[in-house]
Design a protein around this ligand. Structure first.
Ligand code: NAD
Length: 369
């Protein structure tokens, strides 16, 4: 098997966690006899420094021609004062738009090894295993007109029927492979665009009678996520609501550094951790690489159709945690934190030993489902 991947490490801790992704790719590639054709490109603030833009046309073209894209993170305080169109984060918006990545999947589970690290009581987070399906190329982040002057600032929240239908299909199809429940999150008590969202999701639901659909206002969803998160299976929501809610799930699971994400369109896919460039810890070699590494696992499962390799990576992550490897963000007061490299080496070593059969996948049972 041959696979062409574009690597976009980006800024801050992006290159550090991308190194971890590469170590895992090499090991899994060796085991499953996959040849990766890897091309690294600049994106974000580092690209602005060299080319005066957050992403070049050539890089967008390369991403279009690749099997898949892996991204670290972009941004940092040194670029905060740039005009909006030059900011590092515009690279992400451009990639999502030009690759047509309208579905963003953000899973969150609670691992037994981290249950004590969640800010919520164990009995509240027991059974947490949810998937946020966030619409990624529409809504208020893309609507026009938008702008600001010295008197006012404005954005437009608009969704078309086609945009809502396709993301609703993604959510219902995913629910079929999970616990058959979808919660559609919106603000239909206030926003017309949400009333439209609610009615289109309900139309699409007719094709999935086996799935239970529940509607929930976004403010209530935020509260339910911290008071009774185990009730959720698939959360289907719009661009900005998904952005905010998935940071809440980051805290529930112990650290933002643990969360992976996958973005799909009709023809392209991109995988990246949920976290940003974490500028205050960049360069110290202490970033948690797990969000990035599980993003690689999702890539194997969803883009390369190698679920076995994805499962192997996930189990190796759980085993490394069970063996006491914890980066600073997830270590308890009485635990000595490990570095990014130590965590990566532990995961890669476990992948190797598990595949050889010399290490059983013990301690793998998740809390709850
Ligand atoms: P952030 O995710 O970078 O950091 C939030 C907090 O989580 C910080 O305390 C950070 O140290 C910690 N953290 C994040 N990832 C971690 C990891 N892997 N290991 C250990 N700790 C981790 O969010 P922020 O501080 O709001 O943003 C910093 C920069 O990143 C900004 O420029 C922002 O625009 C950008 N950003 C980029 C992306 C992206 O590239 N997808 C996403 C969010 C924010």
């Amino acid at each position: 098997m041959n696979c062409r991947i574009i690597l976009l490490p980006g800024d801050g801790i992006g290159p550090e966690v991308m190194n971890s992704a590469l170590a895992v790719l090499n090991e899994v590639g060796r085991i499953y006899d996959i040849t990766f054709n890897l091309t690294e490109e600049l994106v974000g603030g580092c690209c602005y420094e060299k080319h005066g833009v957050s992403i070049t046309n050539e890089t967008v073209k390369s991403c279009r021609g690749a099997d898949t894209v892996l991204l670290g993170a972009v941004g940092g305080p040194e670029w905060d004062s740039l005009p909006h169109e030059s900011k590092p984060e515009t690279a992400l918006l451009r990639l999502r738009e030009e690759l047509g990545l309208y579905s963003n999947l953000r899973p969150a589970i609670i691992l037994p090894q981290l249950a004590g690290h969640s800010p919520l009581k164990r009995k509240v987070i027991n059974g947490l295993d949810l998937m946020i399906v966030r619409e990624l190329t529409g809504g208020i982040y893309f609507g026009k007109p938008r702008g600001h002057n010295s008197d006012k600032g404005w954005n437009t929240l608009v969704y078309t029927r086609e945009e809502v239908e396709r993301i609703a299909h993604t959510a219902f199809q995913l629910a079929r492979k999970r616990a058959n429940r979808v919660t559609s999150v919106h603000k239909a008590n206030v926003l017309e665009s949400s009333q439209f969202w609610k009615s289109v999701v309900s139309d699409v639901h007719r094709s999935y009678p086996e799935i239970t659909l529940t509607d929930m206002y976004v403010d209530n969803a935020a509260m339910q996520l911290v008071s009774a998160p185990a009730q959720f299976d698939v959360i289907l929501t719009q661009n900005m609501f998904g952005d905010i809610l998935s940071d809440i799930t980051g805290t529930l699971t112990g650290s933002l550094g643990m969360l992976p994400s996958a973005s799909f369109g009709a023809n392209h896919a991109m995988y990246e951790p949920v976290h940003g460039s974490a500028p205050t810890i960049a360069g110290y070699g202490v970033a948690n690489p797990i969000g990035m590494i599980i993003s690689v696992a999702m890539m194997f499962t969803y883009s390369l159709d190698l679920t076995e390799a994805g499962d192997l990576i996930n189990k190796a992550v759980e085993a490394a945690l069970a063996n006491g490897y914890k980066t600073e963000d997830i270590a308890s007061d009485d635990e000595t934190p490990c570095t990014t490299k130590e965590m990566t080496d532990a995961i890669v070593g476990t992948i190797n030993r598990m595949y050889d059969g010399t290490e059983a996948s013990t301690n793998m049972e998740k809390v709850g489902k």
